[in-house]
Design a protein around this ligand. Structure first.
Ligand code: ADP
Ligand code: MG
Ligand code: MG
Length: 877
């Protein structure tokens, strides 16, 4: 029989697939002997079954009942028992943390009888009991019964007036319970369910269902979490932070998740239940102040945090509750952190002897490194600071102020940069948070929803800027000194310092980029990056080259650690004033005229190549001969037609128009381009090869590699190769001759093509385009979002290499190419060369190098190191 329920004593942290992160870690903490309220976990298998079949699997109810019995035994009270009730929470928890995306219901087991029993349990504390009851109806109503949460919020606000929720007395809360029950009846036509076991059963199904809530789906897509994992459900005996001022609830990190700085970091709220801290309902106090309030619990908490860090060997975040001076641990996990913190913490842990430098490399990602390369605000610029909040997620963001998620989405779709400004965010704001450049809130601490989600997304966020009065309804906020900022006004927010400026502040390069540009590492972060990059370089097997067409790019590529150029396009060598020569070439009616145009191009291109070889300083340079169709270099057909229709037209214009018409193609991507040009236009490729050879002779140590684009058949390559080899031999220059593999037929006939090629370079943009039959320029805007919705792919195949299809073609080409020519040199030069997941694929299939844009080189170096250190099937998330 399948087992669907695990007691906390049965699980451990390695069972995340089954128990979800929360359940697995609750079990881990239980087994470490930490104070965790007892409970059990219903597996994500059960959830998947329920979501597929619409009913819970056979045997589940029975198994849950048995575990509940055992829990009741252990606690010495029964669920919802009238005179002395056991209460439980029903909590979601999937394999990957999805903060606040799914549901949790607290205080299950309360009803009109057991509320009195609860009061008695707490020494006659009626206020606490009614507060717990109103919370149950509110959470249950919203999550399980699907009632608009605002209805409850508004009723609570109306009762509170200007007071805080803690100011409400028992009588008022009892009244509120009646009001809430009224809302439930009015909205559902039924009474609030009073049977404790029924409450629990319904809550479990609601948690299952919350896996497919729209915001959860959106979050998964954003974070690339698979859609079919399902969530586990945790049933946990309640402990209470809302019994009075000797109770409370808090959230903490074992180090600063923003900077990595060691030391206590968290928020605490007296006399409150869990959700209150993250929801930013009341303002929290810094965790340090708990020392003054309850020194014993504070010291115990510090001890536990140390235990957890040593045990997990990483930054942990925790959720805890203190019930009348007794500390309870309610959650832990390896904590999300900013990119900067990730690098600092990884090296700190090495220095503390908790992890090896190998592990440190696997603890950071290329995406995080990319974030550190983002620009920041120019320190010297004139700025008009209007307020300061908490530095919740670093970076510099500039944009127009918007006050609603919907508006953020709307403006960003029009291509505008926006800053989403809210009093506090909630999970329904997710779409707007994704759309915005930055997020600014006036309430809530560094562990508030806005802060946690923004850090996870690497988005700039300033939170808890309490000096701001945000009015969503009026579409404006006010800052001290009478500053009024309305929707559409531009502000700049600094997620690193927490500062908020009016207007646009100019941005400058990051310190990490300056380091890659050659600056000495100075601060802790740059030193950490330096150590990790050096180690990644020492362990990686893949080489990293650059896609660089100009001497400037080539020089930057060298500074960033590029070991050569994997793709030097030559198109630009036909542009600008040289278009004239292309026209002459196309119009030439005699061999002499054509040769004159080619000769002129040759000497210009020779100078271009000379500079690039110099910049690359003895490293290989793979030069791709001209690839695009020639009409791209000629005047536009419409402009030309108009001109020819007037009197001003010259004879040349008329001839050009005829040529442009002749060269016009319905589908230029599949037309006369690449190797086909070389075969059809006499002397064109030869001119380029000669220019390369002449340039190489001028630069000692130059290592040109000549790459023929768009080859589909070995015969194409052979005839080009013969001519090129002859020119090279005549010039006394050595160069590899190879081809791009970008047409599926080339991949499928790689064994033959390798006879004529000394290297392959996978042109995965075209290869993806042709393997899928997607015209890149059209499909992405036309229907990719629909395809993503339908789950046809989780991420655009132009962004991350499609392993199954395009990857298969690459594998075939690698294997068959090497079978013909064992020393065949293999690389990739599409956009994918700088994409973390695709770099891992390239490592796995045994390529020799990846080539990417200069700014992606550090990312590729790091990911190549990580690929060498991790199993081939480990994910890079
Ligand atoms: P999320 O995944 O959104 O953080 P949780 O399941 O962790 O949701 O629940 C949110 C909060 O509710 C917890 O941080 C904790 O403070 C409170 N909570 C959950 N279960 C219990 C419990 N058994 N006793 C007391 N508080 C609880
Ligand atoms: Mg939680
Ligand atoms: Mg191509």
């Amino acid at each position: 029989m399948a087992k669907y329920v695990y007691d906390f004593t049965e699980g451990n942290r390695n069972l995340k697939d089954l128990l979800g992160g929360k359940g697995a870690n609750l079990a881990e903490m239980t087994n470490l002997g930490l104070p965790v309220p007892p409970g059990f976990t219903i597996t994500s298998d059960a959830c998947r079954h329920y979501l597929a079949a619409g009913v819970v699997p056979d045997g589940l109810d029975q198994e849950v009942a048995e575990h509940l019995d055992a829990l009741e035994q252990q606690m010495g009270r029964r669920l919802g028992q009238a005179d002395d009730p056991l209460l439980v929470s029903v909590r979601s928890g999937a394999k990957f943390s999805m903060p606040g995306m799914m549901e949790t219901v607290l205080n299950i087991g309360l009803n009109d009888e057991s509320v009195h029993g609860l009061a008695k349990q707490a020494g006659g504390n009626d206020r606490f009991a009614w507060d717990s009851y109103r919370r149950l109806i509110q959470m249950f109503g919203k999550t399980v019964l699907g009632i608009d949460g605002d209805l409850f919020e508004h009723a609570l606000d109306a009762l509170k007036g200007k007071r805080q929720d803690t100011d409400l007395d028992a009588g008022e809360l009892q009244g509120l319970v009646e009001t809430f029950k009224g809302i439930v009846h009015e909205q559902t036509g039924k009474d609030f369910p009073t049977d404790p076991r029924e409450q629990m059963r319904l809550a479990v199904m609601a948690v299952f269902d919350s896996w497919n809530a729209p915001r959860a789906i959106l979050y998964r897509r954003q974070e690339r979490i698979p859609a079919d994992l399902g969530t586990a459900v945790n049933i946990v005996a309640m402990v209470f932070g809302n019994v009075g001022n000797d109770s409370g609830t808090g959230v903490a990190f074992t180090r600063d998740p923003g900077t990595g700085r060691q030391g206590i970091y968290g928020d605490y709220l007296q006399n409150a239940q869990g959700e209150d801290v993250v929801a930013g309902i009341r303002n929290t106090i810094p965790l340090e102040e708990l020392e003054r309030i309850d020194k014993r619990s504070y010291d115990e908490l510090l001890g536990i945090m140390e235990t957890l860090e040593n045990h997990y060997r990483d930054l942990c975040d925790i959720e805890f509750t203190i019930e009348r001076g007794k500390l309870w641990m309610l959650q832990t996990r390896v904590g999300k952190r900013t990119a900067a913190a990730a690098f600092c913490i990884a090296t700190q842990l090495v220095d503390q002897g908790l992890i090896t430098i190998d592990e440190a490399v696997t603890r950071v990602t290329g995406d995080q490194l990319a974030q550190l390369m983002f620009p920041r605000f120019d320190g010297g610029a004139d700025k008009k600071k209007i307020a300061k909040g908490m530095n919740a997620s670093p970076g510099a963001a500039v944009g127009k102020v918007v006050f609603t998620s919907a508006r953020a989405v709307e403006l960003s779709e029009r291509g505008e940069d926006v800053i989403l400004v809210r009093r506090e965010t909630n999970p329904d704001d997710l779409a707007g948070m994704i759309a915005a450049k930055g997020i600014l809130t006036s309430r809530g601490g560094k562990t508030s929803h806005a802060a946690v989600v923004a850090r996870g997304m690497g988005k700039t966020c300033v939170c808890g800027a309490e000096e701001l009065e945000v009015s969503t309804r009026e579409g404006r906020f006010t800052a001290p000194g009478g500053v009024v900022v309305s929707e559409g006004d531009v502000i700049s927010i600094d997620g690193t310092s927490g500062e908020i400026y009016l207007g646009e502040v100019p941005v400058v390069d990051s310190a990490v980029v300056e380091y890659f540009e050659g600056a000495e590492p100075e601060d802790e972060l740059v030193k950490a990056v330096d150590r990790i990059m050096s180690h990644a370089d020492s362990v990686r097997r893949l080489g990293v080259r650059a896609n660089a067409d100009t001497p400037d790019d080539a020089a930057r590529a060298r500074r960033f650690g590029g070991q050569g150029i994997g793709l030097c396009r030559t198109e630009h060598m036909f542009l600008g004033e040289r278009r004239q020569l292309v026209e002459d070439l196309v119009l030439a009616s005699t061999d002499e005229a054509r040769q004159a145009a080619l000769d002129a191009l040759e000497s210009l291109q020779k100078a271009d190549f000379t500079e690039i070889f110099r910049a690359m300083d003895g490293n290989p340079v793979t030069i791709r001969l001209i690839d695009p169709p020639l009409h791209e270099f000629l005047p536009d057909i419409v402009d030309l037609s108009v001109k020819v229709a007037t009197d001003e037209a010259t004879d040349k214009d008329r001839k050009l128009l005829a040529a442009v018409k002749r060269l016009h193609e319905q589908n230029p991507m599949l037309g006369l381009r690449g190797v086909r040009l070389g075969l059809v236009i006499p002397g064109l490729f030869a001119m380029q090869v000669r220019a390369i050879a002449q340039a190489a002779k001028e630069v000692p140590g130059a290592r040109p590699e000549i790459m023929i684009p768009l080859v589909a058949a070995v015969q194409e390559l052979e005839s080009v190769r013969e001519e090129a080899a002859k020119i090279l031999a005549e010039s006394g220059v050595e160069a590899l001759i190879g081809t791009m593999i970008e047409v599926p037929r080339a991949a499928l006939t790689a064994a033959q093509i390798a006879e004529a090629a000394e290297f392959f370079s996978f042109g995965t943009n075209d290869l993806t385009q042709m393997a899928w039959g997607f015209s890149r320029d059209d499909v992405e805007s036309a229907f990719f979002s629909r395809y993503l919705d339908l789950g046809i792919f989780g991420v655009s195949p132009f962004e991350t290499l499609d392993r199954e299809g395009v990857g298969r073609l690459i594998k075939i080409a690698v294997e068959e190419g090497r079978s013909t020519r064992p020393d065949l040199h293999l690389g990739i030069c599409g956009e994918h060369g700088g994409d973390p997941d695709s770099v891992h694929f390239c490592h796995d299939v045994g390529l020799d190098y990846v080539s990417c844009s200069p700014f992606r080189i550090p990312i590729a170096r790091l990911e190549a190191g990580r690929a060498a250190l991790t199993d081939s099937d480990s994910d890079t998330r």
